[in-house]
Design a protein around this ligand. Structure first.
Ligand code: KG4
Length: 332
């Protein structure tokens, strides 16, 4: 073993994830039971329902993780749980950052992010640009002033009749687009590194209503727009979000003299965003580190990666540890 073996538990949102991670990088097991299908029925997460599902799943997920890793509890050096910060229900920011250090089984080496780095964390609850000069050393460069990027994907997915979660569905629809000329607005917020997506959502409603009127459809969402039209609109929306996210991340990386750019959070699973960020970072010569999609959405392994750094720094908690939605992580 190189470094402590951490049993990491992530259950702060709608996934029950348990992982065994060695030395903050090497994944021995990473089991995720997702409630996404269950929440699709209600169009979003109902906290009480989510909590009951975690109770039902946590022991089977634990057993599977231990069996996959081939270890017993006696082999485990520390147990880590997500307890903050963020909004209640999405307490995962640091985990999403540290997903960039993870190595899948069988992958012995992959370049480690280098400091200073700039990270864009985009999920259903977060849109953060963060600078890290060292481990556990965060400076907040910018954040959303209203909706999170993932929230915008989910809301516009619903508007387009694509269901929940909207992100993967919009990406899939956009891949089928034949006209790449749908223009959705971009909120630049001057020279700041902050983001705003609520105007985009309102504009999307107006654009979708216009398209429906064009097609002779009423307001009843049961009558869906033709797939070709949905595809073009999905592309236009996705292009607007990725344009703003990538432009600001590159600007921040230049200003910080970043040696790596990290992308994380559920929206980092988006193919167009991944491709565009890599493309625009190339002239800077700054490597972009993006976990594979399964490590971008909520999982236990990323909590194990973050926990290893806190464990090394001597941090310990008792069994009275409680969730702290407003735990400060980064300050401006
Ligand atoms: O990090 P995550 O699993 O959970 C939290 O919100 O903490 O992120 C979920 C979010 C959802 O809003 C979902 O629509 C979005 O990530 N997402 C995507 C994609 N896959 C997931 N957004 C755009 N493109 C995707 N491929």
């Amino acid at each position: 073993m190189s470094g402590p073996l951490i049993l990491a538990i992530e259950s702060s949102c709608d996934e029950t994830g348990i992982a065994l991670v060695e030395g903050g990088r090497r994944i021995h097991a990473n089991v995720v039971a997702s409630q996404v299908a269950m929440h699709a029925a209600t169009g979003g997460i109902v906290p009480e329902v989510a909590a009951r599902a975690h109770l039902r799943w946590i022991l089977p997920v634990l057993d599977e993780a231990m069996a996959t890793a081939g270890v017993t509890i006696a082999d485990v050096d520390a147990v880590a749980v997500t307890h903050g910060p963020g909004l209640a229900g999405s307490l995962l920011l640091e985990g999403h950052l540290y997903a960039a250090w993870l190595l899948d089984p069988g992958r012995d080496e992959a370049p480690e992010p280098l400091f200073p780095l700039v990270a864009l964390i985009v999920s259903g609850g977060h849109t953060f640009l963060v600078e890290m000069r060292d481990h556990l050393d965060y400076r907040l460069l910018g954040q959303t002033v209203d909706d999170a990027a993932g929230e915008a994907f989910d809301k516009v997915g619903r508007l387009l009749g694509l269901g929940y979660p909207g992100g993967p569905a919009i990406q899939k629809a956009a891949e089928a687009a034949r006209h790449h000329d749908a223009v959705f607005p971009r909120a630049w917020l001057g020279d700041t590194l902050d983001f705003s997506f609520s105007g985009l959502k309102t504009a999307a409603r107006r654009i979708v209503d216009g398209a429906r009127a064009d097609e002779g459809l009423g307001v009843d969402p049961v009558e869906r727009l033709p797939d070709a039209r949905v595809a073009d609109l999905a592309w236009g929306f996705q292009d607007s979000v990725t344009d703003v996210l990538v432009t600001k991340t590159i600007r921040a990386a230049r200003a910080a003299g970043a040696r790596s750019i990290v992308l994380g959070g559920g929206v980092a699973a988006n193919g167009a965003l991944r491709a565009r960020l890599s493309e625009e970072a190339e002239p800077l010569g700054t490597p972009v580190v993006i976990p594979r999609p399964g490590l971008c959405t909520d999982n236990g392994a990323m909590i194990g990666a973050a926990a290893a750094r806190r464990y090394a720094a001597g941090e310990r908690a008792g069994l009275d540890l409680d969730a702290r939605p407003s735990l400060p992580l980064a300050r401006r």
